[in-house]
Design a protein around this ligand. Structure first.
Ligand code: NAD
Length: 499
């Protein structure tokens, strides 16, 4: 069966209505066209946003634990469809089958989390300074949440936002990446099934808008959308953030990373090697949390780096659906060209590059590369920029303070790791003077976060937090309530105003 036929079968199985239109969808596995689908017009997008707003006005009256039931049902539907949706993720993004399945598992996990959360959207009761007064805070639904997502996590990012937003009492409007619309259509069909089982879900509560950046801009500009959660490049964030700020809308920005790991002299090198391999080469270097910079102590450099080179030279590259493959394709030619440009710049700066070459296949439009290991003397501008491809820059250090300084001396601040058995170094790395990232790990790699923690990063990564911990608060508005159950009217701060 051709991939196109397989895609048609999966979409039919998941109940996605067949469409045809101007958006060409390709699989990076072979580069071949797998679908032509319709995009939304600006007028229809505006109508859909208005419908989502009407849905929110209804949905906010449904008690939160009941809203949680919808998300529980969504989790069940996802469980039932993990296989086909996971396979579709692999076909559309080129990530390994286990990662395609893992992405759907992540959706299921956030549904479980959000269903529980629906009974815990609790506010504080705060002691009042006034007699016979009670002060408390209440969390209310916020409105329509706009979700803009990137190609590399085509469905999990929607679920991180949608599961929380829907239990919070919001409606959601989703603009997925134009490179991965089929997984979005499939997810929407799965949501519709859960909604049908639930019964009485207002039309438009979860809306999908297929289109390019212009549709994303419509979400950003709509006065009916008080919060936009946007995942993608820092360039996208730079375009989106000022517009949201200008209309005082909230933003959750999940942008580019340039993640580093420090390998200290006491590191468990076996474990470190495995962690680096997955973090740096996994998903063909196309995770926001991909390990891009390795800062290795001089004492272990000559032991670790040759071992790494061996792994880089032998890692199995090819069809991400095939058993044994560890590195699949890049998303497209543009990504390949960006990788080659960065490697060329590194070479000009005197770096020694291992790997990075294109692996020929029968398909001219598929872009497979050997991951590149780049030994470089200093942190050049190229190293400081995120290239969304499997390039690992390796730097040497002797003094821990220098390693930390190098680590933090990039514009991005998403994920970070230290490999050490030295408690002082580990604690320093996690302390206020250590890693400046939103995620800081000890003895595990930079990628592969769990949904229970808040996910996101600092600086040019955008400052947003999604998923676990108290991320739900962003999808709600907080009201502080003071109730006077006495007969006097004492004013705060002892102010008197007798009339
Ligand atoms: P991209 O910036 O090209 O596109 C992301 C999304 O933004 C797409 O849906 C696109 O249509 C939309 N978009 C682009 N410009 C827009 C604009 N001006 N207004 C509104 N919407 C706009 O990113 P990509 O190539 O799909 O994904 C790769 C990038 O995403 C990398 O930089 C990666 O680090 C980042 N990423 C970050 C996270 C995170 O959580 N921090 C997660 C995944 C990916």
């Amino acid at each position: 069966m051709t991939i196109r036929k397989e895609v048609e079968a999966i979409l039919a199985h998941l109940g996605v209505p067949a469409t045809t239109g101007s958006l060409t969808v390709r699989t990076p596995i072979t580069g071949e066209v797998i679908a032509q689908i319709a995009t939304i017009t600006p007028e229809a997008a505006n109508k859909a946003i208005a419908r989502a707003h009407a849905a929110y006005l209804e949905w906010r009256n449904v008690p939160a634990p009941k809203r949680g039931e919808l998300i529980r049902l969504l989790g069940e539907e996802l469980r039932t469809n993990l296989e086909p949706l996971g396979r579709l993720v692999t076909i559309e993004t080129g990530k390994l089958l286990s990662e395609g399945h893992g992405e759907v598992q992540e959706m299921i996990d956030i549904c479980t989390y959000a269903a529980g959360l629906s009974r815990q959207l609790a506010g504080l009761t705060v002691p009042s300074e006034r007699s016979k007064h009670r002060m408390m805070e209440t969390w209310h639904p916020l409105g329509v949440v706009g979700i803009i997502s990137a190609f590399n996590f085509p469905v999990a990012v929607w679920s991180w936002n949608a599961a929380l937003a829907l239990v919070a009492g919001d409606a959601v409007v989703w603009k997925p990446s134009e490179k991965t619309p089929l997984t979005a259509l499939a997810t929407q069909a799965i949501f519709e099934r859960a909604a049908k089982k639930f019964g009485g879900v207002p039309a438009g509560l979860a809306t999908l808008l297929i289109g390019d950046a212009k549709v994303g801009e419509q979400l950003v500009d709509s006065p009916l959308i008080p919060l936009v959660s946007a995942t993608g490049s820092t360039a996208m964030g730079r375009a989106v953030a000022p517009k949201l700020a200008a209309r005082f809308a909230r933003a959750i920005l999940e942008l580019g990373g340039n993640n580093a790991a420090i390998v200290a002299p006491t590191a468990d090198l076996d474990l470190t090697l495995r962690a680096i391999a997955f973090s740096a080469m996994g998903t063909a270097g196309q995770r926001c949390t991909t390990l891009r910079r390795l800062i290795v102590h001089a004492d272990v450099y000559d032991k670790l780096v040759p071992q790494l080179k061996k792994v880089y030279g032998s890692v199995v590259i090819g069809d991400p659906g095939a058993q044994g493959t560890l590195v699949g394709p890049l998303i497209d030619e543009r990504s390949y060209n960006a990788m080659q440009k960065s490697l060329e710049e590194a070479r000009s700066a005197g770096a020694a590059v291992t790997g990075g070459e294109r692996i020929p296949t029968a398909n001219d439009e598929a872009f497979y590369v050997r991951p590149a290991l780049v030994e470089i003397g200093s942190q050049t501008d190229t190293v400081k920029r995120e290239t969304f491809a499997p390039i690992l820059y390796v730097l040497k250090y002797s003094d821990f303070a220098d390693a930390l300084a190098l680590h933090n001396d990039v514009p991005q601040g998403l994920s970070s790791s230290i490999f050490t058995m030295n408690l002082r170094e580990a604690e320093l790395f996690l302390s206020a003077t250590g890693s400046d990232c939103g995620i800081a790990n000890v003895n595990i790699g930079t990628s592969g976060a769990e949904i229970g923690g808040a996910f996101g990063g600092e600086k040019e990564t955008g400052g947003g937090r999604e998923s676990g911990s108290d991320a739900w608060k962003q999808y709600m508005r907080r009201a502080t309530n003071t109730i006077n159950y006495g007969t006097d009217l004492p004013l705060a701060q002892g102010v008197s105003f007798d009339i």
